[in-house]
Design a protein around this ligand. Structure first.
Ligand code: ZN
Length: 684
C-alpha cells in the first residue's frame, strides 16, 4: 500500500491549523487521520479511529493532559480537529484497575471528562487508545489485515506474516474488556509496534504521527505481499446459464422483494445500488459463493450495514424472468427465516430486551450479474455496496491463503445488537417519502421543478425527466437528495423507456410517477388544423399513457404498489373558448387516470390527478398573462388572483397537491383542484 505521507503537506496542515489555535500534535493527528480515512481498504464507513495524547488549556487557564480521540459521527477522510474531542486522560487511566465497566458507564466516564461538553462521543475504542502509552495510536479495519485475522489459524499466520513486532489480541467485542486485554498484551512485550486484533483489525502506535502511520502502511503492505505471494486461486467456476438476464431486468423484482411489508398494503421500501466489476463477478460466479456468504462478515461492525452477510441468488437465465421471480421470493423468505432464527437464538442467551431489526438483506449477490446494496436511502445502499465489495476482497484473499473464518455468529450478534453500534445508525429518522423513487416528467418546468423539490425534501429520490437534459440536471442538483436529471421526450417510446431504465439502474425502481409534461395550443375548434390537434393529443394524452404504461410495468414487478399522478387541467372539466386543442386531450388524460385507478387498484397502484389553473409557468408565461389581463381590462394581479380566494395560485401549491396524493394511501381515482376556487370548473 502506498505511503501518502508528505512532509510538505504535513507542515502545511500544521501551519494552517496553527493559525486557528490548533496545536502541532492535533494538526498532525488530523493530517494522518485523513490519509488513513481516505483509503477504503483501510477505513470504510466508520470502521477505524485514531488518537493523540497531548495537552490543552481549559477556559480558566488550567492545563490538562488529554487524549484527543476520534469522535463518533466524524468521517476520518474529512475529519477536522473538532472531530477529535479532548478527554482528560488521568481518569481514563484510573479506570483500568476496575474489574468491570459497563458500556453505558464507559460512555458516561468519557463524557464526564471531556474538555468541551458539546463534543461528540469519543470512539467506543477510546479506552484502548488511552491504555497504550504511545503518543499517536492508529486503528483501521484494513482489508488486507483481515485476510490474515479472519483465518481458522489466525494467530499462527499472524506471527508468520508480521513477526515478533506485532502483538496478537484474541477476539473480544470493543469496549472496556477489549481495552484491558489489548493493554495486557502490550504490557507483556512493550517492544511491539502494533497489535493484530483477531477477526477485527489492526492498531499501530509510535511517538510521532509519521511513524505510527508508516507502521500502519508497513504492516498492511506485509499482509498484501503475503496474499500476493502465497495466494492460490480459491474458487472454482459455478455453472451459469448460456445467457444471463441483465441487472435492470431483475432489479425491480429484487427491490420489491426486499421491501419491508408493514401490513395492509403499506411498505418501507429500499433503494438498490447495483455494482459490477471483474472482482465482483469472479466472486459471485464461484461455485463456493453460498458457502462463503454463509460464513459471515469480515469484521463485526459490518453487521450494522449488511447484517449476517449477503443474500445469494442463483444466476438468472435470460428470458426466464417469471421463474426467477419465484426463486427470489423463496430465497428472500429463507434469508428472513434464517435471520429471525439467528436473532431468537442469540437474544435468548440473556435477559436483555431487544427488538429485532427488520430481517431483510442489505446485500444481494447475483451470479452472472453482480451485487446489489440495499438501504432506506441511496446513500445507505451505496454504503452497503461499498462494504460488500470490501467483504468480497477480504473473504477471497483469506480463502486464497487458508480458510476464511470470520467472527462467530454469537459474537456478531453481540456487536450488531450492541446499543453503541446501533447508535451509529440512529438520528436518521425516515421522512414521509424515504425509500421511495419519484419520476417527474416536465421536471424542469415550473410545476415539475416545484414538485421535484418538494418530493426530495420529503425524502424521495427524484428522477427529473425533461426534454432539456441540461435543465433537468440543474433541477436535480438544486433539489439534492442524490436526485438525477435525465433527458426525456415523453412523446417518444424509446426515450420514455430510457428514463425509466435510468430510474432502475440508479435507484432500483420507481414508486411515484408525476406525469406532468404538457404544452398548450390555441385555436377555434371548427377551423382547427387537424395536425395541430393530433400533435396536442400526442403530447397531452398519449405521452401520459406511455409514461403510465412504463410505470405500471415496473410497479407490478416490484409488487409494492405505487402512485400515478397526472397533471390534468381545468380545461379537462371546464372548457375554455379556443382551448379545445389543449382541453380535449387533457379530458382524455383525466379519464386515463381513472382507467388506471380502476384496472390497477388490485395491484396497490393508486392513480390520481391534479386539476390546476392559472399557474405561472412555461405554459402561461408573463407575456401571456399580461395579454390576457389586458384583454379583460384587469391588472396582472387581479387576473392571477381572479378566483374565490382572491389569491394567485403558484406551482408550489400544485406541488402540495401532488404530495398529498403521494401520501394519501387510501385515495385513488381522485381529482384535486388547485385553482383558488372556480365554481364553474368545480368537479361534481
Ligand atoms: Zn475497530
Amino acid at each position: 500500500m502506498e505511503n501518502l505521507w508528505r512532509d510538505s503537506d504535513a507542515e502545511a496542515m500544521v501551519e494552517a491549523y496553527g493559525r486557528r489555535g490548533v496545536n502541532r500534535d492535533l494538526a498532525l493527528r488530523t493530517y494522518t487521520t485523513r490519509l488513513l480515512g481516505s483509503e477504503p481498504r483501510l477505513v470504510l464507513h466508520g470502521g477505524g479511529n485514531t488518537s493523540v495524547k497531548t495537552a490543552v488549556r481549559d477556559l480558566i487557564g488550567e492545563d490538562w493532559d488529554v487524549l484527543c480521540v476520534k469522535g463518533s459521527g466524524w468521517d476520518m477522510g474529512t475529519i477536522e480537529p473538532e472531530g477529535l474531542p479532548a478527554v482528560k486522560i488521568a481518569p481514563l487511566l484510573k479506570a483500568r484497575k476496575l474489574q468491570k465497566l459497563s458500556d453505558e458507564d464507559m460512555v458516561t466516564l468519557q463524557r464526564a471528562n471531556l474538555i468541551d461538553p458539546a463534543s461528540p462521543n469519543p470512539s467506543v475504542e477510546a479506552l484502548l487508545h488511552a491504555f497504550l502509552p504511545h503518543k499517536f495510536v492508529d486503528h483501521t479495519h484494513s482489508t488486507a489485515i483481515l485476510a490474515i485475522a479472519d483465518q481458522a489459524r489466525s494467530k499462527e499466520m499472524s506471527s508468520e506474516v508480521f513477526g515478533k513486532k506485532m502483538g496478537f489480541v484474541p477476539y473480544i467485542m470493543p469496549g472496556f474488556a477489549l481495552a484491558k486485554a489489548a493493554a495486557e498484551v502490550f504490557d507483556r512485550d512493550p517492544s511491539v509496534e502494533g497489535l493484530i486484533l483477531d477477526k477485527h483489525g489492526i492498531f499501530t502506535f509510535a511517538d510521532t504521527a509519521k511513524q505510527a502511520y508508516d507502521r500502519m502502511i508497513h504492516y498492511v503492505t506485509l499482509a498484501e505481499d503475503y496474499v500476493r505471494r502465497r495466494g492460490k486461486t480459491p474458487f472454482t467456476s459455478g455453472r451459469l446459464p448460456q445467457q444471463t438476464a441483465a441487472a435492470n431486468e431483475i432489479a425491480a423484482m429484487l427491490r420489491g422483494a426486499v421491501a419491508v411489508a408493514r401490513g395492509e398494503g403499506r411498505f418501507d421500501r429500499m433503494i438498490s445500488e447495483f455494482r459490477v466489476s471483474p472482482a465482483i463477478l469472479d466472486f459471485v460466479n464461484a461455485a463456493e459463493v453460498e458457502d462463503m456468504a454463509a460464513r459471515g462478515v469480515s469484521t463485526p461492525d459490518l453487521s450494522i450495514r449488511i447484517k449476517t452477510g449477503p443474500l445469494v441468488l442463483p444466476p438468472p437465465a435470460a428470458g426466464k424472468l417469471a421463474e426467477f421471480r419465484s426463486v427470489i421470493d423463496e430465497r428472500v423468505a429463507a434469508f428472513v427465516a434464517a435471520y429471525t432464527a439467528y436473532f431468537r437464538e442469540n437474544d435468548a442467551r440473556d435477559d436483555v430486551k431487544r427488538t429485532m431489526i427488520d430481517p431483510m438483506p442489505r446485500l444481494t449477490l447475483v451470479p452472472g450479474v453482480g451485487l446489489f446494496g440495499h438501504g432506506r436511502t441511496l446513500r445507505d445502499a451505496q454504503i452497503a455496496a461499498d462494504v460488500g465489495e470490501m467483504w468480497i476482497e477480504a473473504a477471497r484473499d483469506a480463502e486464497s491463503i487458508g480458510r476464511f473464518e470470520p467472527v462467530s455468529r454469537p459474537d456478531l450478534f453481540d456487536l450488531e445488537y450492541w446499543s453503541l453500534e446501533q447508535a451509529k445508525l440512529a438520528g436518521a429518522k425516515p421522512k414521509p417519502l424515504t425509500g421511495q423513487v419519484a419520476l417527474v416528467t416536465g421536471g424542469a418546468g415550473a410545476i415539475g421543478a416545484a414538485t421535484a423539490k418538494l418530493f426530495a425534501r420529503e425524502g424521495a429520490h427524484v428522477v427529473v425527466a425533461d426534454l432539456d437534459a441540461a435543465k433537468a440536471g440543474d433541477v436535480a442538483r438544486a433539489i439534492g437528495n442524490q436526485s438525477i436529471g435525465v433527458a426525456c421526450d415523453v412523446t417518444d417510446a424509446a426515450s420514455v423507456r430510457g428514463a425509466f431504465d435510468k430510474a432502475i439502474s440508479t435507484f432500483g425502481g420507481v414508486d411515484i410517477v408525476v406525469s406532468n409534461a404538457g404544452a398548450a395550443w390555441e385555436g377555434a375548434i371548427a377551423t382547427l388544423d387537424d395536425s395541430l390537434l393530433r400533435k396536442s393529443f400526442e403530447l397531452n394524452f398519449f405521452s401520459h399513457q406511455l409514461v403510465a404504461q412504463n410505470a405500471v410495468r415496473i410497479m407490478k414487478e416490484q409488487r409494492t404498489g405505487g402512485a400515478l399522478l397526472f397533471n390534468a387541467s381545468k380545461q379537462a372539466v371546464n372548457p375554455g373558448s379556443k382551448f379545445g386543442a389543449y382541453g380535449l386531450p387533457k379530458a382524455a388524460t383525466l379519464f386515463l387516470s381513472r382507467q388506471y385507478a380502476l384496472e390497477h387498484g388490485a395491484d396497490g397502484i393508486r392513480s390520481n390527478a391534479v386539476n390546476a389553473d392559472r399557474i405561472r409557468s412555461g405554459l402561461l408565461n408573463d407575456e401571456m398573462i399580461a395579454n390576457r389581463a389586458a384583454a379583460r381590462g384587469l391588472s396582472v394581479q387581479d387576473y392571477m388572483g381572479g378566483n374565490l380566494l382572491g389569491q394567485e395560485v403558484t406551482a408550489d401549491d400544485v406541488a402540495q397537491a401532488f404530495l398529498h396524493h403521494a401520501l394519501a394511501d387510501r385515495t385513488t381515482a381522485d381529482v384535486t383542484t388547485v385553482d383558488g376556487g372556480n365554481i364553474a370548473a368545480a368537479l361534481r
